[in-house]
Design a protein around this ligand. Structure first.
Ligand code: UDP
Ligand code: MN
Length: 242
């Protein structure tokens, strides 16, 4: 599990405005009910920050009708699109991530032409201003303060991590002080077990989570258990009584 984030450039001055901007949107993608859980947490994290932009989610036909109802209660717009697949199984097998071919579906973001500006965010991201995130950014500053000048061989992981999430540098333009946590990698937050009583993420023997990784996971699970689980249960009950 790798957690990456990008922070607003400290020198940029962006005036925060609270009016609703209806022609700009945060957009995410979920091609099945599992990724929908991530999309819902991302959407809720943006709602928690009272975003002034619209929230849109792209889904493919596989997403269940119950899940669509839940998505509609968090997102302003739920749009069904056809799955686009890179069909590049050879390279994806090399990456050991066969499921990533379908991520090309995010290109449908360009068809949302009723928005003048869209920021695409993976479904495995969330927006946070928690203290733990700020702390993690100190750690980075101290640890990597001389990364540009130091032995490049030592810093490849950091550079790779940064470039792979470079798309998120646009997020700060929408909301001052926003920080994005990206759970990139094969193990997603919803693959972990969470104890609802103790509010702790349960680790199996193989997971070597650092304090920071665990606190980001706990943040994801806090939003999921407090805001998303009740919604899923509500819609499940409604379906059962129909
Ligand atoms: N995605 C999806 N279904 C899949 C795989 C990916 O909807 O089966 C979407 C989802 O929005 C996800 C994004 O494509 O966040 C990119 O994939 P992922 O986050 O798994 O890749 P990583 O960030 O780990 O490279
Ligand atoms: Mn991702």
């Amino acid at each position: 599990l790798v957690v990456s984030l990008l922070v607003r450039d400290a020198n940029s001055s962006i005036t925060f405005s609270m009016h609703v901007v209806t022609d700009q949107a945060f957009v995410t993608l979920a091609t099945d009910d599992v990724y929908c859980q991530g999309a819902l947490v991302l959407g809720q994290s943006l709602r928690n920050h009272t975003t002034s932009r619209k929230l849109a989610v792209l889904i493919t036909p596989e997403v269940s009708s119950g899940m669509r109802s839940v998505l509609r209660s968090v997102f302003d717009e739920v749009t069904e699109v056809d799955a686009l697949d890179s069909a590049d199984s050879v390279h994806l097998a090399l990456l050991q991530r066969p499921e990533l071919g379908v991520t090309f579906t995010k290109l449908h973001c360009w068809t949302l032409t009723h928005y003048s500006k869209c920021v695409f965010m993976d479904a495995d991201t969330l927006v946070s201003r928690a203290g733990a995130v700020v702390m993690f950014v100190s750690v980075l500053d101290v640890f990597f303060s001389n990364w540009a000048t130091a032995d490049i061989g030592k810093h490849l992981p950091f550079i790779y991590n940064l470039s792979s999430s470079a798309v998120y540098t646009y997020v700060p333009a929408f909301n001052q002080d926003t920080k994005v946590v990206h759970f990139l990698g094969a193990t997603k937050p919803w693959n972990y077990k969470y104890n609802l009583q103790t509010k702790r993420v349960m680790q199996d023997g193989t997971a070597s989570g650092s304090f920071h990784q665990l606190s980001f996971l706990a943040l994801w699970w806090n939003i999921y258990s407090a805001s998303i689980l009740p919604l899923l249960e509500k819609f499940q009950k409604m379906e059962e009584s129909e």
